[in-house]
Design a binder for this molecule. Sequence first.
Ligand SMILES: Nc1ncnc2c1ncn2[C@@H]1O[C@H](COP(=O)(O)OP(=O)(O)OP(=O)(O)O)[C@@H](O)[C@H]1O
Ligand SMILES: [Mg+2]
Length: 204
Amino acid sequence: MKIISIISQKGGSGKTTLAANLAVYASMQKLKILLIDTDPQKSLSYWWEQREEKTPALADVSIKDLEKTIKNLKKDLFDLVIVDTPPHTNETIKSVINISDLILIPVKPSPNDLRAIGNTMSLIKNQNKKFIFVINQANKQANITLSTATELSKYGEVCSSIIANRIDYVTSMISGKTVTEGSKGKSLIEIKDIFNYVKKYLCK
Ligand SMILES: Nc1ncnc2c1ncn2[C@@H]1O[C@H](COP(=O)(O)OP(=O)(O)OP(=O)(O)O)[C@@H](O)[C@H]1O
Ligand SMILES: [Mg+2]
């Protein structure tokens, strides 16, 4: 069982959207997936309650109880656990980082999001964990997207697949779905590419 946590100090960077889309796509690949919602806002749980499909599973767990919950999970019950986290966390997020095999950090290509990166990095540094930036809600042709990728690469690895600003990321979630369900479009390819990109780190 591997654990991916999705972390960003910046609110609205796409943590919940990335968690739901990756989890559903991974379930479609026949992996046994558990989503954990540690955010008191409960956006992921509200989305999940709208779902008709039984997978992925979801558990609502506070950050305080996360370590114990993971410890008590039977290791062969799930292939992958994906943890969605709240924004504006501080020291408490370190316990999430501690139990993770891989951290994904969604970042929007905007000056405000880039300025907030230092806060996220200060929580991750010294923890010796693999982390990958995922650029989200981007205009792929815009200069700001390229400069964001360049700026982020000074801190660490940037996923080569970028998530564009697309309305289906928003509308699919209204009914408890994701872009990977019933879609053959560009957004499905983006999620598939990100999944394949991160998968190689989980196999190590
Ligand atoms: N690629 C995208 N294209 C268009 N809209 C997006 C995209 N990704 C996320 N959004 C929208 O942006 C908003 C914020 O996304 P999301 O809730 O995933 O961020 P978050 O980091 O989980 O926020 P919070 O910090 O409040 O938990 C939502 O309305 C979501 O539908
Ligand atoms: Mg969220």
